[in-house]
Write a protein that binds this ligand. Structure first.
Ligand code: GLC
Length: 688
């Protein structure tokens, strides 16, 4: 059951899609403290109570023991001491206390979640204004609460099937030749590859919706050339529009008044990649439509997917602050800089980038009313991606377009996925990647993944190998790295054949991963689940934060420590372990419930099939077009009778509700397999 409470006069974020009646009184469970300035919700945690949720954030699956702040930030250091990353996902589920419940604070400004930080047993949520819609959910289980919440916020974004292939990116591919080389590097070694990402250098001086003519002299032709090799090109779109006379997007935006303005009516000038930019006012409906229509320029050239970046929005400097800074530095120029004045000096430059005070310096035009940005800050990335998503519905109503964003708020999950931003080539970021996935799924973000191998810092071959083994299961499987770091395309390393075999497993798993993704999206369910959400009576399961359930049949336990030759695994029930080296190169073992140490060499990955569940496995391929999902092996761990509901469609269109998309498979103990569905299948049963 979901109940809605309204405080003050909340901004309509369009996070939820259901209209609920507002209840009288205060939200249950919490002590509510209202002042003119803010709203506070206080709750006493039981010792054993767990706090799940908060979407994209640092730290564990159980969020207890830290303070988190919803304030979308361009934060490239995903360290334990950070309080915000790129997103604002204000949804929590409390479990193990007096009552189990979920709560969503639909408020687009800054919120802090003190989850046992100030006092171990105190949860205190502070909204920086007294206006919010708060939704409280109760249900039969955590999964039931999450499902109700997901229904409240609407169906998750569905990408084209090719977006489940292996994707390669790097900030630094400058031109056609660079991209051709990377494609060749994969294709020559038969390493599967689906797409190449085009980072900011494809543009003409970082201007959105332009293509640099020198680097890509005949872009539509190049897109075709790539498509002939089954490669999709995915260009980046940045939030800031370059200020430059003669640049059509800039000129039009000025003419129509579609950029964010200051209080005095002048356009707000920020500095990002191109130097001075204006931000499209994506909270203004007309401006959003206008900006969304711009994607057409690239769609017309054959592009079928995009990534939206720097949309917190990231501000390297606000021009006004920069001007003041230069004045103040000039004042200090001839002074003897002592401790205080020197600190003042470094602080001046140091506080230019992403200064939250600048959020108070510009406005959005929402239905004719000027809204100061800081009050709706967390909605910018959401609405930039919504601009694209709404435009794709108009421009490409029949065909799915790939879209994911860096910044997000709940609601954006209907228009695109996210990648988890600028992580580092660190082993603990591999673990962070795993831990973030279920909380993202809780808020409807299903198409997601982290930069494989890490974005910043230098990667090593073993890190990329282990990370690839984890990312094998994330819907978005993309290797991406920053300019200036060690190149980490897998063919550059020594063990190319091992990488080829491992990445091919992804294509072997494609039928399963796609089916599980689609069922999760269509049924408002989680694709990645913590063990504790399923094995609810298992005391130990809630302490397991380095294994996940993936879809209906599998559990994964990736190796995330350097030089480890295996790892400890906890099995809440008996399972069949598969130790994969390649799609047809694996050994199997049935392991009883309990604690185990399991060997997994660098080129081996562990997958566990749950009792009475089935994993459908294809032979793989070099791209999704090559994968033959009609000839599969069904790996079944049968205790009484194993079952699988298999979703399939054409992977491009939007006929999601067609009952023909579902096939049903059962396998008996003797290996007898019955498949009913609208497609012809050749199924080879392998009993585990
Ligand atoms: C940001 C993005 C990163 C991208 C870079 C250059 O840091 O998060 O993925 O490569 O900008 O566009």
């Amino acid at each position: 059951m979901i109940t809605k409470y309204t405080y003050g006069n909340p901004f309509q974020t369009d996070a939820v899609v259901q209209k609920l009646e507002v209840q009288n009184g205060d939200v249950p469970y919490f002590t509510v403290v209202k002042t003119e300035e803010q709203l506070q919700f206080e709750y006493t945690l039981e010792n054993e109570e767990k706090v799940y949720g908060l979407g994209e954030n640092v730290r564990g699956i159980n969020k207890r023991g830290w303070i988190y702040k919803s304030c979308c930030a361009d934060e490239p250091n995903h360290l334990e001491d950070r309080t915000s990353l790129y997103a604002s996902h204000n949804f929590l589920v409390l479990d193990g206390g007096k009552e189990q419940f979920g709560v969503f604070f639909d408020y687009p400004g800054i919120i802090t979640f003190d989850v046992g930080y100030t006092h171990l047993n105190e949860l205190k949520i502070t909204l920086s204004e007294p206006d919010a819609d708060v939704y409280v959910m109760t249900g039969e289980s955590i999964l039931d609460i999450v499902k109700q919440f997901r229904q409240l916020i609407g169906r998750s974004y569905i990408p084209p099937k090719w977006a489940f292939g292996y994707q390669q990116s790097r900030w630094g591919y400058m031109n056609e030749a660079d991209i051709r080389e990377v494609v060749k590097g994969h294709r020559e070694k038969k390493i599967p590859l689906e797409s190449i990402y085009m980072d900011i250098d494809y543009m003409e001086r970082f201007k959105d919706f332009t293509v640099n003519q020198e680097r890509f002299p005949d872009f539509p032709e190049f897109v075709k050339e790539m498509k002939a090799q089954h490669i999709h090109l995915v260009p980046i779109i940045d939030a800031g529009v370059k200020v430059e006379e003669g640049y059509d997007v800039y000129e039009e935006g000025i003419e129509k008044g579609y950029f964010c303005k200051k209080e005095n009516g002048e356009y707000f000038v920020a500095g990002v990649w191109p130097g001075k930019v204006h931000f499209p006012d994506v909270l203004n409906k007309e401006a959003r439509e206008w900006f969304g229509n711009k994607y057409q320029v690239l769609l017309d050239q054959g592009i079928e997917g995009f990534w939206n970046d720097m949309n917190e929005p990231s501000i390297f400097f606000a021009q006004d602050r920069m001007d003041e800074t230069f004045d103040k530095i000039a004042e200090l120029k001839d002074k003897n800089l002592d401790l205080d004045t020197f600190q003042q000096f470094t602080g001046l430059v140091g506080s230019l980038a992403n200064n939250t005070d600048d959020f108070k310096k510009f406005y959005h035009n929402v239905d004719g009313k000027m809204m100061r940005h800081d009050k709706v800050h967390n909605l910018f990335g959401y609405n930039m991606t919504r601009a694209a998503g709404e435009a794709f519905e108009r421009l490409s109503p029949e065909k799915r377009i790939l879209m994911f964003s860096r910044s997000s708020y709940i609601g954006m999950h209907r228009y695109g996925g996210i990648w988890t931003g600028d992580n580092k080539s660190w082993w603990n970021h591999l673990l962070l990647n795993l831990r973030m996935m279920p909380s993202l799924n809780m808020v409807g973000i299903l198409y997601t993944g982290a930069d494989i191998g890490g974005f910043g810092a230098d990667a090593t071959e073993d890190l990329v190998m282990r990370w690839t083994q984890l990312a094998m299961f994330s819907p978005l499987m993309r290797n991406h790295s920053a300019m200036g770091t060690r190149e980490q395309e897998v063919y550059r390393f020594d063990h190319v054949e091992e990488f080829r075999k491992i990445i091919n497993i992804r294509y072997g798993l494609l039928a399963y991963i796609y089916s599980e993704y689609m069922k999760s999206a269509l049924n408002s369910e989680m694709y990645f689940k913590p063990l504790s959400f399923v094995y609810t009576d298992d005391e130990f399961a809630s302490q397991v934060e380095d294994q996940l359930l993936v879809g209906d049949s599998l559990m994964i336990a990736p190796v995330y420590n350097q030089n480890a030759k295996g790892r400890y695994v906890y099995l809440p029930e008996e399972m069949a372990m598969l130790r994969f080296r390649g799609v047809d190169d694996y050994d199997t073992e049935i392991l009883p419930a309990g604690h185990h140490y399991v060997g997994a060499g660098l080129f081996e990955m562990l997958v566990f099939v749950r009792p009475d569940k089935i994993l459908v496995l294809t032979d793989g391929g070099e791209c999704t077009d090559e994968v033959d999902c009609d000839h599969v092996k069904a790996l079944a761990f049968v205790k009484t009778k194993a079952e699988y509901v298999w979703y399939e469609d054409d992977g491009m269109g939007k006929d999601y509700e067609n009952p023909d998309n579902y096939g049903r498979m059962t396998i008996e103990k003797d290996g007898n397999c019955v498949y009913t569905g609208s497609r012809e299948k050749k199924i080879e049963v392998k009993l585990l």
